[in-house]
Unconditional design. Structure first.
Length: 41
């Protein structure tokens, strides 16, 4: 089952090339790595 995270994904894509470091935080097993893998691969 996939949980839609369109809001977070859209925000990361829009600010991808602005020169700042992005930090994704959250509790364990909430989908941080999945979100970044989806974005960059």
């Amino acid at each position: 089952m996939e949980i839609k995270r369109d809001k977070y994904l859209k925000h990361l894509v829009e600010s991808q090339q602005n020169g700042f470091i992005k930090m994704v935080t959250g509790i364990r097993r909430c989908g941080k790595s999945y979100l970044l893998n989806f974005l960059f691969y």
